[in-house]
Ligand binder design. Structure first.
Ligand code: DGL
Length: 271
């Protein structure tokens, strides 16, 4: 661990995920903070994190955090629910204190607690996230929680089944049960899922609010940088960079879809 690690307002924001899902968070950060440079890392060599052991997720997250430290990041966002739920503490422990570390769960928990006290709230996510019980532990005292693992959704979205018969049928198969009818809100506990947010809204017929962490995470990013006086007022000095641990052309195409803009992926091995 580096004990002396100076950060500057011109330093980039690091964002990582198992693959392309975290680009939904990167998009929200870019929209809110257009003057900031971002360095994105998608661990395509090791995805899906949702099916990995906690130990592996912690190991991969540490390697990526090291990589982003090497790129001079001032703040790192774990833009993956699976890694946020299992590897936040271990990642925090290897980072220099001067680097801010954000996860995608805290801002969502805060939002749910402020708006849905005593109400019925569903959570969907990968097996790793749901099994970690993190949302349940942090919310169940104040809200009626119902957590459902939906492991087929992330690969389905990556295969391009978005706003079509397949995505609607899979969403219905997971959520068509009785209990879902009473949900006041549903947390999208995976950064892939905002891509099919509209499908859920159609499925619920407007009766259940669908909550994505992208914007709350971007706002938290703004708050943290502001409080440390690290906002890049001067504008971008470094171009945005997008790395993956295993490059394929199909990931590059997919990444552009998730980010909503054409991006070029570079390969960087972390093991
Ligand atoms: N985007 C990741 C998350 O938010 C899930 C994808 C995966 O299983 O790797 O948990």
């Amino acid at each position: 661990m580096l004990y002396f690690y100076p950060v500057a307002s011109s330093s980039p924001i690091g964002i990582f995920d198992s693959g392309v899902g975290g680009l939904t968070v990167a998009r929200a950060i870019k929209d809110l903070l257009p003057k900031e440079s971002i360095i994105y890392f998608g661990d395509t060599l090791h995805l899906p994190y949702g099916e990995k052991s906690p130990e592996s997720i912690r190991r991969y997250s540490s390697l990526i955090a090291d990589f982003l430290v090497g790129k001079g990041c001032k703040l790192i966002v774990i833009a993956c629910n699976s890694a946020s739920s299992l590897a936040y503490e271990s990642t925090r422990s290897i980072l220099p204190e001067t680097i801010e570390l954000l996860n995608v769960i805290d801002p969502m928990v805060e939002l749910a607690l402020s708006r849905f006290q005593g109400q019925n709230v569903g959570i969907i996510g990968t097996r790793a996230t749901i099994k970690s019980g993190i949302y349940q532990k942090r919310l169940q005292e104040h809200l009626n929680i119902n957590a459902v693992a939906t492991p087929l959704l992330a690969p389905m979205i990556e295969e391009g089944f978005i706003h079509d018969d397949v995505s609607m049928s899979v969403a219905k198969a997971y959520l068509g049960k009785e209990v879902v009818k009473d949900w006041n809100a549903m947390i999208l506990g995976c950064t892939h899922y905002p891509i099919i947010q509209r499908d859920f809204e159609v499925l619920f017929g407007g009766k259940t609010e669908v909550l994505s962490s992208s914007i709350p995470v971007a706002r938290e990013c703004l708050r943290r940088l502001e409080s440390r006086n690290l906002l890049n007022e001067a504008g971008k000095t470094v171009s945005d960079l997008f790395f993956v641990s295993d490059y394929t052309e199909s990931f590059e195409n997919l990444a552009s879809k998730f980010f909503g803009d054409t991006i070029h992926l570079e390969e960087a091995r972390i093991t």
